[in-house]
Design a protein around this ligand. Sequence first.
Ligand code: SF4
Length: 352
Amino acid sequence: MDIEFKNIVDTLKATKSITRDQFAYLLEKDGEDNREYLFEAAREVAEQVFHKEVYLRGLIEFTNYCKNNCYYCGIRCGNANADRYRLTEEEILSCCDRGEKLGFKTFVLQGGEDPFYTDEKICSLVRKIKAAHPSCAVTLSIGEKSYDSYRKYFESGADRYLLRHETANEEHYSKLHPESMSGAERKQCLRNLKEIGFQVGCGIMVGTPFQTLDNIYEDILFMQELQPHMIGIGPFIPHKDTPFRDEPEGSVEITLRLLSILRLLFPKVLLPATTALGTADAIGREKGILAGANVMMPNLSPVKVRDKYLLYDGKICTGEEAAECNQCMRRRVEHIGFHVADTRGDHPDFVN
Ligand code: SF4
């Protein structure tokens, strides 16, 4: 095995820091021994913190309306081909009921930035879910909102908030989004969420158009400043009705190496093996867990809307019932020698 590669991994593990050149070396140096050494180091760290437990989150994609027009996204407002839907409050609550019966302890309410769901509606929904499922956590993933809105969600009982920052580099951000959106504002939202008290998740796609290795290193610097509780990364996968339809897919290999690097940098962070990773590679999520990830997010949305929430092409798990997804995910986790936790799966700093 390459001695320099090994030294960098050992140093990263010991110091929880990495220089730009070391980062480039870990992403680019090939060799089966090297990559396996990196994955194993990350697995060991994850095991010390999470004891081979994988946290499952029940994902409820409750609206595919969005007022934004991100160039990479299949449900962007400019996509006239998207078949739009909204779940009613009753439908969302019944997804949660089914989810708790299946053993889920976290519900992730995810949607586009849909003005139909006012703060009042979101707060009422969160309160009802928490009243019906007091031992479960609620995660919101509904985009950029004001400080005041975030505070109201938190006071209603929401525990966590996911908002991928997409890229920490302003110039890169402007190539992925229309002028009306700003990377600085997005980062400020994340800081606000953290200040309010949420467990906060940021993240990026790997291999978005125009992304450079330096951009990803800048993402790491941003994460070191933010100290998020969760980091969501997955490979970029193009959607046919977006300006990026002909762009190449992001690399599974780089995604896996990045997962490992993030685990070594942030030992306690909640790190999902994403659906995008499972879409790009049939056993991508298992590979993600074996590279240091510790979260999976099976879909709890009603089957009738599953194939409408398509942020990218070819998304997996759009035909299965929640119970099937749940079983499938548990089998996959056990197959690689891990087991599904029966706790809420909070970030270790939030566990009493
Ligand atoms: S990425 Fe999010 S904010 Fe952007 S268009 Fe898609 S759903 Fe809307």
